[in-house]
Design a protein around this ligand. Sequence first.
Ligand SMILES: [Zn+2]
Length: 292
Amino acid sequence: MQIIYKIDVIFTIIYSIILLVTGGILFIFSEKPFIFLITLLIELVYLGIVFKTPLRRYRASKKKFPVEWREFVMENSNFYRVINDNAKLQFELDMRLFLTDFSIRSVRQGEVDFALKLFIASCFATILNGRPSWEPPIKDGVIVYPGETFNRHYELGKGNRAGQATINSPLLVTEESLIKSAQHSGDGFNVIYHEVAHYFDMEDGIAEGLPLARMNKESIEKWKSVIGREWENAFNGNSILGPYAGTNEAEHFAVGVEFFFEKPVQLYRYHKELYEIISEFFNLDTRVLLSI
Ligand SMILES: [Zn+2]
């Protein structure tokens, strides 16, 4: 994540110039001063809207990374502990920007425990660490459900859903699945990695295990063959990813992402090509980072 993106600055400058030139021409031909004033007013409103988020992010980035947050990630993030100083700075920036820009709220009244908020933000900071120019694929924050599961009617304590990713909707996760993900780092289960992988997958509108919106277009065919083959292996019980990864290609990709961040050495050893395509996607070599 970044405070402001170059491409946005370029477009803002272009639109501002077009607006001012148009207003200037209208003013010259009409000779009415109020047209010039209205143009300036529109320009100010436009700049205020465009720079609202970057200004908020800038203010957040200037705050010191709190000591308690550093203690938390040192204790709870295997990834943070092993990355170099520059990567740590990006990680810390991503956590601050995520918590500034994305709401994490409870489905019931009351606040979500702050440690869980830090955990969620640290998972996003992990996923995005190799791609500093990427934004999280979610649009409407995170909603935490109390308990362990909910069903398709969102009834608490029923069904078997620990999380849910629906495009253009908030990421839903249960409190217990977050606690389990945080407490057992390295066991292959992490509800945030799993659901965020679904969001990446669905950005092109289809959940088929191919995050087409952000992937290298030259590698589409390779992805299709690797995901298709590995999914079949899981379906037939021949994968360390377990039976759930055999549900379909989309679930296979989501579980693969969990393993990529939680058990990269094992993923590389038994499913090397799957590891490699996920590694290229996130621009990270977790096997090397986390085997130290
Ligand atoms: Zn899933």
